[in-house]
Structures are given as C-alpha cells and as structure tokens.
Design a protein around this ligand. Structure first.
Ligand code: G5P
Length: 224
C-alpha cells in the first residue's frame, strides 16, 4: 500500500485555504476536511455542539479547544487508512498537540496574505451553504448572480465575514497561529507562501505536492 500522506493548511481568514484545498484535493486525490465546514454544518443542523459554538463563530472568535478537538479528531480517526488534507485545524498549540497525539503531519502549508487583500476578498465572498462551494464576485463569480452553479440554489454571506467579526478573526489568528507555526517550523515540515493572488501561489504549491507525493528529492521544495 502507498505511504499515507497527511497535510494541513493554515492561514488567516480569507487567505484562500478553502480555495487551495479544493484544488489540492482535486489534483492529488486527498480527502479534504475543513474544521470551519464541520462547525458550520453543526450550526445549521442545530446539533448540541452547533448551538454551543454558534455565538463564537458569529463574533469571529475561535471555538474553544476542547469543543473543536472533539469535533475534528473522531473524523480523522475514521480516516486512519486514508491520506488527507486538513483545512483550518490546528489553529492553536493545544489543537496541534492533540493532533500530534493522533498522528504526525507530513507537511504544513502556511499562507501569508496582506490584510487589505483579505478584507477585500471577504466582503465579496458568497457561499452555497449545503455544499460549502465558495464564490467571489471578481475572482470566481457564479454563472448566474446570487445562484449556485450546480444546484441553482441561493448563495449567502457568512455572519463572520461582517466587518467587526472579520477584524476580530484576523487579530485572533495572529496571536494564536505563531506558536503553531513555530512548532511546525521546528519539525521541518512548514512551507510558507506569500502573495496577493491564489492563481500565482497555486503553481508553487502544486509543484511542492507533486514532489512530495511522487517521492522526489526533498530539496525540490519551493516557496514564493
Ligand atoms: P473557517 O471556515 O476555517 P476562516 O476564517 O479561517 O474560516 P475562511 O474565511 O473560510 O477562513 P479561507 O478558507 O482561507 O477563508 O479562504 P477562501 O474561502 O478560499 O477564500 C476567501 C474568498 O476569497 C473566497 O470568496 C474566494 O473565492 C476568494 N479568493 C480566493 N483566492 C482569491 C484571489 O486570488 N483573488 C480574489 N479576488 N479572491 C480570491 O472557520 C470559520 C470559523 O469557525 C471557527 C472559527 O470561529 C472561525 O472563525 N473555527 C475554529 N475555531 C477554533 N479552532 C479551529 N480549528 C477552528 N476552525 C474553525
């Protein structure tokens, strides 16, 4: 059996984690898991955990570690024989340590995107709630304005993309991500990518993953 491959993608709100994750999952056949999507599904289904976390998400705050760890780790345990990509988890050192107790990551992608770019993108983001498909009115607009391309159902905006929640999300991200980034840097598995356009960052990530997944020499790593 081919060696399993476990990766995570980190970055502030709107940095393109979801967009790039979809491309990675599509190009490399990794199972894609998003902590934000699990959380939103719980809120939409009004599960016990969903009701508990709703107020955090609406205020742009991180959901408490024990809650999000209980939500994400069982999903990973179910994928013990699969290669996967994890979007949005771990966000904190406690989450990274909990993940480390379950498995060792092979690679962590970190996205560095300027604040102004993030603000512009998120104020223009539209979502198809049941599938999680993401649109942006200039970058990847839907074929029909306000409608999902596949189902034709209406698109919505996240509560946490409103300006006050967005500022709080960006501040939180900076504070809690640093120790996580430092941890993965010290393990030699962190790869950082900077830029203002996903389409310009993507080829670098694509070639990094091609090299990793086809066991080419590790010195073929590239960053922008
Ligand atoms: P999420 O869902 O993990 P965030 O806030 O980290 O949410 P978000 O907002 O989903 O991340 P993203 O995935 O990084 O952003 O970016 P994206 O959706 O792909 O792209 C953003 C927009 O920009 C889209 O409209 C896209 O089309 C567009 N875009 C992409 N690239 C370009 C480009 O090059 N140019 C242009 N013009 N546009 C582009 O988490 C949500 C909440 O859940 C909780 C927290 O409360 C969080 O706020 N949560 C957790 N709490 C604790 N611990 C965890 N591990 C948690 N995970 C989630």
């Amino acid at each position: 059996m081919a060696k399993l491959f476990r990766a995570a993608i980190m970055g502030p709100p709107g940095s393109g984690k979801g967009t790039i994750s979809e491309r990675i999952a599509h190009s490399f056949g990794l199972q894609y898991l998003s902590s934000g999507r699990f959380i939103r599904e719980g809120i939409a289904a009004k599960t016990e955990a969903g009701l508990l976390v709703r107020s955090y998400v609406e205020r742009g705050m991180l959901v408490p570690d024990p809650v999000v760890i209980r939500l994400v780790l069982p999903k990973l345990e179910q994928l013990s024989n699969h290669s996967w990509l994890l979007d949005g988890f771990p966000r904190t050192l406690a989450q990274a340590q909990a993940l480390n107790n379950l498995c060792q990551l092979d690679l962590v992608i970190s996205l560095n995107i300027p604040y102004e770019t993030l603000r512009e993108r998120l104020s223009d983001r539209w979502i198809h709630p049941s599938s999680g498909r993401v649109y942006n009115m200039s970058f990847n607009p839907p074929q029909v304005q306000g409608k999902d391309d596949v189902t034709g159902e209406p698109l919505i905006q996240h509560d946490d993309d409103k300006p006050e929640a967005l500022m709080a999300r960006l501040r939180h991200y900076k504070d809690v991500a640093k120790p996580v980034i430092d941890l993965y840097k010290s393990q030699g598995i962190l790869h950082s990518f900077s830029g203002t356009e996903t389409d310009r960052i993507w080829p670098y990530i694509n070639s990094l993953l091609s090299a990793k997944l086809h066991t080419q020499p590790s010195d073929s790593r590239q960053t922008q």
